[in-house]
Ligand binder design. Structure first.
Ligand SMILES: Nc1ncnc2c1ncn2[C@@H]1O[C@H](COP(=O)(O)OP(=O)(O)OP(=O)(O)O)[C@@H](O)[C@H]1O
Length: 618
């Protein structure tokens, strides 16, 4: 099991994760090599132009102002030299402007390319992670909260966007400026530069040590945000329950606590980061001021020209600036390393349920539907391995048969459906559809052959037409309407304000329970599956809705095998066979009359369960 808890890693692993984790991004960067190359070229030009500016200044000072100053002092040679220095001044100013123009164009080009890359790569990562997550088996969603996944998709990807879209280019540019500036410093004054380098060791060491602390705190901070999102996600999905129990205060308090936790952790990171910044600036500028003080003495002693010192100051500024920028970038990169690690964890999660390497095909469909065979199936949920939800289940359902499954709550009825859809695999035994083990079928073949009407219908925030079409996107409007008619949904849909194009609201809040069910039945019918799984709603419907839903179900069962988790007398009476499950075992099996005569579990269950809303027997 690869993903147990995507949110947290122990401190030991998070320390190891470091910047190397960013390498995990390379599959996402590789497709854009060309763009990276172009951005790199623009970057080179921009860095080159930046490095040329101090040299141009030196020219201006030494040859321009310096010569002009000398010229005015010597009256005799005045005119001739003044002409020469004017030319110099014009040429150096022109050159300076040229350099600035190159800098402008190259910087804009770099910004454009790099921002494009940041957005592009982030979009790719978001899609890849989401695409991977929606293919996970239910087990994944039992251990990973949806809010956490959402936070990964938004917050974490944004951090990566910062790195790809800004930090990489900043890092490269400043590395170039750092080394370029250093070379130029050497050229200008080897002695002063050697002193600077000696001081640099003293400066870098504390920065690196502090950087580590910032990295660890960054990961903690992101984890706290994910925790808060997870809490919010869970509660927002359960608003009616929260409000019905008037727990709004409690819930906002709980979220508030998570947010405060995130704030406290963020503050620790911010404090460490501020200290890091202060440390960097004090150390770097301290060193520079010291070296400049030496430089000023050198000019007074005549071992350096004013232009040299000017140039040295500018290069020193560039080098110091680049070190400062690099330390900032390191902070961002470390945050992104944490984010990358978590996203890669999500991407690395292996679904327990995989397509077989060589999927088999189903035999040609018979007109009655599919045969379903359960061969001594034993299954326990992965989170509760010591307690079998189904044990030694053996069942052979003929094509076209309607089997009602009844049993007390927790008997394993829903679990049976989960296994038939292969959301889980049994630990022992096999499930066969038309004689083929479901593990040998491609998931889309298996699930394509099964239609399900769940107890709680999911209505998507689409219109009625698209909601029914969900299971078969290529169905025509006429086919959708025909399915709706069969499911007794056509009339009420027609009466909606915009008929089939009426928006059904998020999770179908604008429909009644019976209407939602009929939409679900129409959705399953449109798919025309050889095997239909119906989970009858437990909530009582009014007599009219009940009649309509029953009518829809009858239509749905024609020409296919149906397994129905039954809660209504009318349904069990109509079934060809009733299977009574208790504690994961089949305890009785037969028709309604036979089972009543047995006076066993079913007779008891029928007396209790079907009494309350038993409609007139069909
Ligand atoms: N995801 C899960 N992880 C662990 N145990 C589970 C899970 N889902 C169900 N169970 C357990 O498996 C057993 C069978 O549950 P199942 O949902 O199949 O019962 P059911 O017959 O459908 O009940 P009901 O009529 O109340 O819906 C129960 O003991 C239940 O607690």
């Amino acid at each position: 099991m690869t993903t147990r808890n995507t949110g947290k890693t122990d401190p030991e692993t998070s320390r190891k994760s470091s910047l190397a984790t960013l390498r995990g991004l390379s599959p996402f960067l590789r497709p854009y090599r060309r763009q990276f190359l172009l951005a790199g070229i623009a970057l080179l030009f921009a860095a080159g132009a930046t490095l040329a500016i101090p040299a141009a200044f030196k020219q201006m000072i030494d040859l321009g102002f310096g010569a002009a100053g000398a010229a005015s002092a010597t009256a005799a040679a005045g005119a001739a030299i003044e002409g020469g220095s004017l030319e110099h001044i014009n040429a150096t100013f022109l050159a300076l402007f040229g350099v600035a123009a190159v800098l402008a164009v190259a910087t804009a080009a770099r910004f454009y390319m790099v921002s494009w890359l940041g957005e592009r790569v982030t979009a790719d990562i978001r899609s890849a992670v989401y695409g991977h997550v929606v293919r996970q088996s239910p087990e994944f969603f039992e251990t990973t909260r949806t809010g956490e996944v959402l936070s990964r998709l938004t917050t974490d990807t944004t951090l990566i966007q910062t790195v790809v879209g800004t930090s990489i280019s900043l890092a490269l540019r400043n590395t170039l400026l750092f080394f370029g500036g250093l070379v130029m410093l050497f050229v200008t004054s080897p002695r002063l530069t050697s002193i600077i380098l000696g001081l640099l060791v003293l400066v870098v060491l504390p920065i690196v040590l502090f950087g580590r602390r910032v990295r660890k705190l960054s990961r903690d901070s992101q984890d706290r945000i994910a925790d808060a999102s997870a809490v919010a996600g869970e509660i927002l999905n359960a608003m009616p329950t929260v409000q019905a129990f008037t727990r709004e205060g409690h819930e906002s308090g709980r979220f508030g606590k998570e947010v405060e936790g995130a704030f406290t952790t963020a503050m620790r990171r911010i404090r460490a980061r501020s200290t890091l910044t202060m440390l960097a600036i004090v150390l770097i500028f301290g060193a520079i001021v010291f070296v400049l003080w030496l430089g000023a003495h050198a000019v007074l002693e005549g071992t350096m020209t004013g232009g040299d010192l000017g140039q040295f100051i500018l290069y020193a500024g560039i080098v110091a600036g680049s070190v400062g920028a690099l330390s900032e970038v390191m902070g961002d990169a470390q945050r992104a390393a944490g984010a990358t690690e978590r996203l890669l964890e999500l991407l690395g999660a292996q679904s327990e349920i995989q397509d077989p390497l060589q999927p088999k095909a189903l035999p040609a469909r018979t007109e009655n539907g599919a045969r379903v065979t359960l061969d001594d199936v034993t299954f326990a949920y992965p989170s509760r391995l010591d307690e079998a939800a189904l044990s030694h289940l053996a069942l052979d359902i003929r094509p076209g048969e309607t089997v009602a499954v009844v049993g007390p709550s927790g008997a394993g009825k829903t679990t049976l459906f989960q296994l038939l859809l292969r959301f889980y695999d049994p630990q022992a035994g096999a499930i066969r559809l038309d004689g083929v083990d479901v593990r040998d079928l491609a998931l889309h073949t298996l699930r394509g052959a099964v239609g399900i009407v769940p107890q709680d219908t999911v209505i998507f925030s689409l219109d009625a037409m698209e909601n029914i079409r969900y299971g078969r996107p290529d169905a025509s409007d006429d086919e959708v309407i025909a399915a709706a008619r069969m499911a007794a949904a056509h009339d009420f849909i027609e009466r909606l304000p915009q008929g089939y194009t009426s928006f059904l609201g998020e999770r179908g809040v604008r429909l009644s329970g019976g209407q939602r069910q009929r939409i679900a039945i129409a959705r399953a019918l449109l798919k025309n599956p050889p095997l239909l799984l119906l989970d009858e709603a437990t909530s009582a419907l009014d007599a009219e809705s009940e009649r309509l839903v029953q009518r829809a179900l009858e239509a749905a069962m024609v020409g296919r095998t149906t397994i129905i988790i039954a809660h209504r007398l009318a349904t069990v009476q109509r079934a060809d066979r009733i299977i009574v499950l208790d504690e994961g075992r089949i305890v009785e099996s037969g028709t309604h009359a036979e089972l009543i005569a047995l006076r066993g579990v079913y007779a008891n269950l029928a007396a209790l369960q079907f009494q309350t809303h038993a409609p007139v027997a069909a």
